[in-house]
Ligand binder design. Structure first.
Ligand SMILES: [Zn+2]
Ligand SMILES: [Zn+2]
Length: 487
């Protein structure tokens, strides 16, 4: 039964939480966790068993998705043909040009290892021509990325990150930034020069990470895909935030993109618990490397994993499998469409009520795609939800729980005046546990409670501040639901 608490947290650990349920709600995963905690001797065996299961589940057809695919022949798979090959601590670790270059070299070299010499050693092979590379690609690999992308938290791609704290630690060769306002001819010559000059891949986001958060047009994606295919330039889709949230397992698998793009890699992470790179051996560029058999694809992946002592930790593996199972069984991609619709509708209703108007707010006050929303701060200040501020907007990442599809649940338990009672109950519970809200209502960072300091918070709205002076004012000025009143 649902707890009578407030669910106004659409920050969700920067999108790491796709559900509010824990492993304990599943008998299978409770048992696995227990086994992990108590059975050190069988840990290696458990690890390999779970790892293979994860690899297979990542790409294999789930029953429910399969049945829906009868009406849509394109939706045959969950995450499609992607093999999760490289695992990292954070998605930013996966977006380092040398990492992607090494992975490309590994995949290109793999077929030659299938035909060893009589002494068992693999024959030497000149890999670079297979990728249309010269020595500059190996020595100084560079990435290209679309303008207004997030980039990365550190490393070369951090140079285009909209956040100063990431930009300030950027290092290495900055990526080539692709402006999509160019003509197709200009894009072609830009990417051709890039490829000749050490360019190894193009990173694409389906939704921009900076204002105005434009969703890429399928025609544009097709143009990019055609150019990259001709240049043997792998396309990498960054699905770190968009996986499961945007109406398809990966956002680029939405019906409007299926016919126009066949990427070589995806970057995944955050809500999927494990972070890394998924490889599509049938991708537009990778398929030329001729790794056709499923057994060979798995072997190629496992040989990459063998470069690490353990590619992924057991607790992360258990969480990642739990998430995959729920996403598949409950069809989270489909659910994200309805949740996005209901939250948009609730925000519009909230703003209409606040401003005493009958028409919906102006276009552009809510951007994003399905359950990944960017809302103008002014349009949502009376709702008192916890999101991640981005300039004049706030990013909302709702959990993909069934209840979030219900308008009554949203108005009573998530946002606006009717949620006041639940907020007060939640605050009392937190106080009993000597806890406070975890995120700063103003800046979205962790509250200072994490560091052991005292934190100001509103027990009526159940929101807190981190304690930095610049956040204090925003917090003091919040449109307190206790003052506005209870409808
Ligand atoms: Zn703050
Ligand atoms: Zn308040």
């Amino acid at each position: 039964m649902e707890n009578p608490v407030i669910y106004h947290n659409m920050h969700n650990r920067y999108g790491e939480s796709l559900t509010w349920r824990s492993l304990s709600t599943s008998s299978r995963y409770s048992e696995l966790w227990e086994k992990y905690m108590t059975s050190q001797r069988s840990l290696d065996h458990l690890y390999h068993k779970l790892f293979v299961e994860y690899m297979r589940k990542f790409k294999l057809n789930p029953p429910r998705w399969e049945s829906r695919s009868l009406t849509n022949p394109h939706r045959r798979d969950f995450f499609g043909a992607y093999y999760p090959v490289a695992f990292h601590g954070h998605a930013s670790d996966a977006m380092v040009p040398t990492t992607i270059a090494s992975l490309l070299l590994h995949i290109a070299a793999y077929p030659s290892s299938l035909f060893p010499d009589s002494d068992g050693s693999a024959p030497p092979v000149d890999i670079l021509p297979l990728l249309d590379w010269n020595s500059s690609h190996r020595q100084s690999p560079r990435l290209a990325i679309l303008s207004r992308s997030f980039g990365a938290g550190y490393g070369p791609l951090a140079s285009i990150c909209p956040f100063e704290e990431s930009k300030s630690v950027a290092c290495g060769s900055p990526p080539l930034v692709i402006d999509l306002q160019q003509t197709a001819e200009d894009l072609d010559s830009t990417l051709t020069r890039f490829k000749n000059d050490g360019g190894i891949a193009l990173i694409v986001q389906i939704i921009e990470s900076q204002w105005p958060w434009t969703v890429i047009e399928s025609k544009t994606l097709q143009t990019l895909s055609n150019i990259c295919s001709r240049l043997k330039l792998p396309v990498v889709v960054d699905e770190t935030l968009t996986a499961l949230r945007c109406g398809a397992p990966f956002a680029h698998q939405r019906p409007e993109y299926l016919e126009v793009i066949n990427p070589d890699f995806v970057i995944f992470g955050k809500g999927l618990k494990a972070n890394g790179i998924g490889v599509n051996f049938d991708g537009e560029t990778l398929r030329a490397l001729s790794i056709y058999q499923e057994g060979d694809r798995y072997r190629c992946a496992f040989r990459w994993h063998d470069k690490h002592t353990r590619a992924i930790s057991v607790p992360t593996l258990i969480e990642a499998l739990f998430t995959l199972d729920m996403a598949r069984d409950e069809d989270w991609p489909l659910r994200s469409i309805e949740i996005g619709r209901q939250i948009r509708s609730a925000i519009c209703a909230q703003e209409r009520g606040e401003r005493g108007i009958t028409q919906n707010p102006e276009p552009g006050s809510i951007a994003g795609l399905d359950a990944l929303l960017y809302v103008r701060k002014n349009s949502i200040k009376g709702a008192i939800v916890q999101g991640i501020p981005e300039g004049d907007y706030i990013r909302l990442l709702p959990v993909l729980e069934d209840a979030m599809k219900c308008p009554a649940f949203i108005s009573n338990c998530v946002m606006g005046r009717k949620s006041l009672a639940r907020r007060r109950v939640t605050s009392k519970m937190l106080k009993r546990m000597h806890r406070k809200p975890l995120w700063c209502y103003v800046c979205g960072d962790a509250t200072e409670e994490v560091l052991g300091d005292d934190v100001a918070w509103c027990e009526d709205c159940c929101i807190a501040t981190c304690g930095y002076p610049e956040c204090e004012k925003g917090f003091t000025d919040h449109q307190c639901l206790a003052i506005i009143g209870y409808l």
